[in-house]
Design a protein around this ligand. Sequence first.
Ligand SMILES: Nc1ncnc2c1ncn2[C@@H]1O[C@H](COP(=O)(O)OP(=O)(O)OP(=O)(O)O)[C@@H](O)[C@H]1O
Length: 328
Amino acid sequence: MPAIETTALTKRYGETVLAVDGLDLTVGEGEIFGFLGPNGAGKSTTINMLLDFVRPSSGTATVLGYDAQTETEAIRERIGVLPEGATLYERLTAREHVEWVAETKRADTDVDAVLERVGILEDADRPTGGFSKGMRQRLGLGMALVGEPELLILDEPSSGLDPTGIQDMRNLLRAEADSGTAVFFSSHILSEVEAVCDRVGIMNEGELVALDSIDGLRDEATGGATIELEFEAEPSVDLEMPALDAIDGVQQTTVEDGVVTAVCADPSVKIDVARALDQRTTVTDIHSTDTSLEELFNQYTGGTAHAGSRDSTGSTGESDTRKQEVTA
Ligand SMILES: Nc1ncnc2c1ncn2[C@@H]1O[C@H](COP(=O)(O)OP(=O)(O)OP(=O)(O)O)[C@@H](O)[C@H]1O
């Protein structure tokens, strides 16, 4: 039974806004699924339809096999939710929040263990009115974990978290998935999705424009990869560059200061370039740059995302162009 299944799920707001347009999506048991898209793509609207906060204009959705509109209670008992901008009761402590969720879910929960898992046990007895954004987010995540849910639905879970918080959150999601919990989370932080997801779906203007693993998306993406090869400088090598240009899939080559740079249409071409150059001279080092997830995202969303999309820490993190050492 899929954790989430939507069929032709559609939401219109008024006459003009088509927020979600015929979404067909299946998320499997124990899968970590990243729901990506630029602002206004329809991610929150989709999540809100799964949670019955918003009624679809047409189409259907099931969560853990239950109808998202008619069997909401059965769903609520079995899932954990971190809504966008979760509201807390300022005068209640973190512990009281978790206890309250445990009561509503009738779950036998070790409250201290939950608070410990999300790293706020030390602040358990403080009213949440004085909590920082990151602490609020950690508490929200803790509340979502109550009752060992079969599915976690998290809207922008790393919003407000510092780098340690983001890493903790990733580890936690991975541990949850390993224990069989499916995780569905929305994000516009591409590095977050890359680091933790089994599959991603990219929304743009209400439509699902891509659905695959990160590697699968990379393979599909145009723009390929760039390879830089350092070689022992020999004057004759420059003259032989046309031989590299002639390799199938090589779009452009340049030579400068003992470094050949080849732009390849497809990452698999990189090895052909390395072999060809190595036949002519001694290659001393190789650097390979894959299409970054950021570029990929832009390809699917028509460049709506900014290459410098920043996470809450202001860092572009791993979403920057990835460089890997390659051994030929
Ligand atoms: N209550 C509403 N009334 C009218 N339009 C709405 C409403 N909620 C969302 N929309 C519109 O629906 C579209 C999708 O919005 P949604 O919030 O689902 O996008 P999102 O992908 O979650 O964006 P973000 O990353 O900014 O949270 C947008 O055009 C938005 O303006």
